[in-house]
Write a protein that binds this ligand. Sequence first.
Ligand code: HEC
Ligand code: HEC
Ligand code: HEC
Length: 477
Amino acid sequence: MKCSDARHGDRLRILVAALSFGMAGSLAETASGADATAREIGRGRYLAIAADCAACHTAHSGLPYAGGYGIPSPFGTIYSTNITPSRSYGIGTYSEADFARVLRRGVTPEGKYLYPAMPYTSYTNLTDADIRSLYVYFMNAVKPVEQMSRPTRLMFPLNMRFLMIGWNWLYLKKQRMAVPGTATSQVARGAYLATALAHCDVCHTPRNFLMAEIPDRNLGGAALSSWYAPDITPDYPSGISTWTDEQLRLYLQTGNAPDKAQAAGPMAEAVEKSFQHLSGRDIDALIAYLRQVPPVGDPAYKRPRDSFGAPSHMEAAIRGSRVDTRTHGELLYSRECASCHQPSGKGSRDGYYPPLFHNTATGAPDPGNLVSVVLHGVRRNIDGRIVYMPGFGPESPIDHLSDQDIADVVNEVETSFGDPEVRITQEDVRNIRNEGRFSLSVTTERMVSLGGTILALALVSLGIVLIRRRRAARRRL
Ligand code: HEC
Ligand code: HEC
Ligand code: HEC
């Protein structure tokens, strides 16, 4: 009796132990499952920031990822769509395979062909693991927004989305990017970040007349509406060979490389929303990659764009003289710019107001970025600290300058602090203000030459559609 009691007790103890072990095991399993999802979401969030999805998919003062941000093109404005997990208006019904197809091939589950304003030509290089993390993040951690996307209506014939079949056939790579086997792992990571995620090439690589990037001018400098994204290859004198690693690091992480360059316009947005949040290791990988891309170069450059100018002594020279001999441009500089950038153009000692000499905006052979900065100002939020310069264009909060005034003050800044050979007119300012870099005549020319090409593209697309249909019909037989 005693003995069986003992045995019974043992069994009970074993049972309890087994049960509690099992329970703990399954609890641990759920906990590790939740951990894995949390880890996946964290990874996806970082990737979404590196790929800057929010910059294009969030309208000014709109809800995160609800779309409606307009991207201008010569054919009309392309609006981004709602990519929150709303089942009615967003991507809530997407499977992971649907998501991968949109990102890599630019085709939605309903078979709609996207315009390459959505950078699927970059995301086509994303790894499976990164697509999965992005998917898990969007489905689980982004708040659904029940709001219809603003429709995009481009001019005929680009309103026919099937033309993109021909475009993709010509320009969308079939294979993912290949990194040379000789590249270090840091350079390979940098190449992946720059090409697949942060898509530096989307802005810095020039495009042909069908808006496709020109591969042998990778990162060689490109116009971007009224801005110019300069050559960032190691070319001398037009690239970044004169930049130190520390200057590139500061520029990408804060938008300000002292005595060199400040980021305004689209680059300020990319720094604010994306690059300032990248890890130090990823920033260093990007720099290592930039250092070894083939130099491209631009014949317009005679000297590095950060090598022009010196402090001005103009105000000291006129002090004490009875007649003010200043030109209209000099007067405008004193009135509108000197309070922050100093009469000498040296800026403030702490660097918050940058010097205007040895500055890439004033030393570039093309004054587009300088004019755009004067028109639109600078605004960046870096880790909660706002960097701000007011614009002087039509929406100016302080002083609205005419196109002629802007031409005069820009010519003065070029003479005193930048490349004195650069001269602009009132018309140049108007063109930059109105249509970005595409002056009306250039746009018309482009449209005319595009006419024939689009016809060819339509024929190619139609051909591909017919071949696909015939193949599908043959499979059904
Ligand atoms: C440079 C701007 C830009 C960036 C960056 C961008 N998108 Fe887009 N995206 C667009 C535009 C514009 C469209 C709509 C294109 C069209 O109508 O043809 C779009 C469309 C989409 C669609 C199609 C939705 C639908 O069903 O119509 C998805 C999904 C999407 N983007 C996801 C993403 C994700 C995820 C990221 C980040 C990894 C991202 N996008 C980054 C501009 C961008
Ligand atoms: C959305 C478009 C856009 C993207 C994406 C972008 N850039 Fe830029 N970048 C610009 C523009 C525009 C300028 C000029 C800004 C100015 O002068 O205020 C610029 C300026 C720069 C400069 C300073 C050049 C100079 O001489 O002043 C560097 C360096 C740079 N970008 C590196 C990068 C790298 C590296 C990436 C990718 C990790 C990148 N950019 C992605 C648009 C972009
Ligand atoms: C209220 C102060 C203020 C005034 C007035 C002002 N600026 Fe600025 N400026 C700034 C600040 C702040 C920056 C950005 C510094 C940064 O990006 O870190 C800046 C940046 C610049 C840059 C570099 C931007 C780039 O993209 O490389 C140029 C060029 C410039 N200003 C020219 C001018 C000119 C010309 C005027 C007069 C028409 C002017 N500024 C008036 C404060 C001012």
